[in-house]
Write a protein that binds this ligand. Structure first.
Ligand code: GLN
Length: 469
């Protein structure tokens, strides 16, 4: 099994071809079909692309990512390949262009192996909302992998590709990373172009990587980052040298008091966090508890604003422009109604309705406008903390992976995101790195958050924390 790019490069150095590496991954994918993480393997194009990269290696012309095999969350466009957002409504749809983030990896000779299951339109925290069935956690098949990028997390954790891309609107990279013992990054809003990512909530969405090593996360982030003329919200700020981890000293850590003492956090996760804090202090860093008294407002604000944006973004799926059209409809109105009723799953419908409600005349100010105001307060308070401290430290998730079908109430599911929506509401970069293993056998992550566009610092600090273990 090849779990990191370093291992792939070792293979290449020992004379193994990229095509052989791809074949190895294909064997692993076949062996692990029960996990339901791949919706499709691009068997034909992946072999052709591997052969092309092998030829480039021979000519000494290969890019930085030659040999890296990447899985895409099924909401990222890859030209001439299917993409469905794990929804029936995009049935049969093929991408007409490639997402910028994906193209930048391909330009460095990475290879795309297939598309990965996720919650429908990236809405969910357990990967149980896919039209193609749930993904199973590879570490314990009775448990969920987290969501919405569950397929990406499992594919990486079980060695079915070197790297997987996901999207994170409220935690969909970091939460499944925590549940599968992998690394997952949500970059600063604007760091990576969203062009070619099927939009859920545009002011929250970011593309990011999953990997089994911090080095790999840093490497692909560096390559994907930077301004893109196709996404006006992408930033032209210079991209740092993320892979060259610098030694850190005298770091000021802020620990969110309300998060670490939250009654919903598993006691074992709490004690691991405390242990990390002790180690950091012992090593000469300043670690202080700070109050962030808005924790209870995070999830409601996120759901008001993200559903509002979703209701608008998903209006394009009307049975006319894309994918599925109801065969039972007569006339325009019925085509819209039936195609959408039959094409969308229950969670997506719930969100479209909630979002339409909060934007409706008469309720707009009470919900949407208020949500935007709260978002501003959250951002200001977070900036205040990060003006005094270098990094915010908290758990990624309040618990380890839960059982399939165990969380039935939508509100309880939404509360899974309690620690992750913060970074999406404020736009800050945040990473989840594996922190420990619970006595129930499952891993969980530590979440770190830095100032906007301080990915470099985030990686340096994460690398340092790893070195303490
Ligand atoms: N679980 C959150 C939601 O359901 C986050 C999803 C995401 O980040 N895409 O909206």
């Amino acid at each position: 099994m090849l779990k990191s790019f370093a291992e792939v490069k070792n293979k290449l150095a020992s004379g193994v071809s990229v095509l052989e590496i791809v074949e190895q991954y294909l064997v692993e994918i076949n062996k692990n079909q029960h996990l339901n993480c791949f919706l499709e393997v691009f068997e034909e194009s992946v072999r052709q692309n591997a052969a092309d990269v092998d030829a480039k290696i021979k000519n000494g012309k290969a890019g930085k990512l030659a040999g890296m095999v990447i899985g895409l969350k099924d909401n990222l466009c890859y030209k001439n390949h299917k993409v469905s957002a794990s929804s029936k409504i995009l049935e049969g749809f093929e991408s007409l262009f490639t997402a910028t983030a994906v193209q930048r990896l391909i330009d460095e000779d990475a290879i795309i192996i297939g598309r990965l299951n996720c919650d429908e339109f990236a809405m969910g925290s357990s990967n149980e909302n896919s039209a193609f069935g749930p993904v199973k956690n590879n570490l314990n098949n009775n448990l969920v992998p987290g969501g919405s990028s569950g397929g990406s997390a499992v594919a990486v954790s079980s060695g079915l590709c070197t790297i997987a891309l996901g999207s994170d609107t409220g935690g969909s990279i970091r939460q499944p990373a925590s549940f599968t013992g992998t690394y997952g990054l949500k970059p600063t809003y604007g760091r990576i172009s969203r062009y070619g990512l099927i939009a859920y909530a545009s002011s929250f969405d970011q593309i990011g990587p999953f990997a089994n090593s911090l080095e790999d996360v840093a490497l692909v982030t560096e390559i994907m980052s930077g301004v893109d003329k196709f996404d006006s919200t992408s930033s032209s700020k210079t991209v740092g040298n993320y892979t060259d981890f610098q030694k850190v000293s005298g770091i000021k850590f802020a620990v969110i008091k309300e998060a670490v003492s939250h009654e919903g956090v598993d006691p074992e996760i709490k004690s691991f966090i405390q242990e990390s804090i002790n180690k950091l202090r012992k090593d000469g860093h300043i670690v202080e508890e700070v109050s962030f008294p808005y924790l209870d407002f995070m999830v409601p604000t996120y759901y008001v604003l993200s559903t509002a944006e979703a209701s608008s973004n998903l209006s394009r799926f009307d049975g006319v422009h894309y994918g599925y059209r109801s065969p039972n409809a007569i006339g325009v109105e019925e085509t819209y109604k039936k195609s959408r009723s039959e094409g969308f799953g229950p969670e997506v419908k719930r969100r479209i309705m909630a979002g339409t409600f909060v934007l409706s005349h008469g309720y707009y100010d009470a919900y949407y406008t208020k949500g935007q105001k709260v978002r501003r307060i959250l951002k200001d308070k977070t900036d205040d903390i990060l003006n005094q401290y270098d990094v915010i430290l908290m758990p990624t998730t309040p618990n380890t992976a839960f059982e399939l079908n165990a969380v039935k109430d939508p509100i309880s599911m939404y509360l899974q995101d309690i620690f992750t929506v913060h970074a999406n509401l404020t736009g800050n970069p945040a990473i989840s790195i594996p922190l420990g293993k619970h006595t129930n056998g499952m891993p969980f992550g530590l979440q770190l958050m830095t100032r906007h566009f301080e990915e470099k610092r985030l990686f340096d600090i994460a690398a340092y924390i790893e070195s303490l273990n």
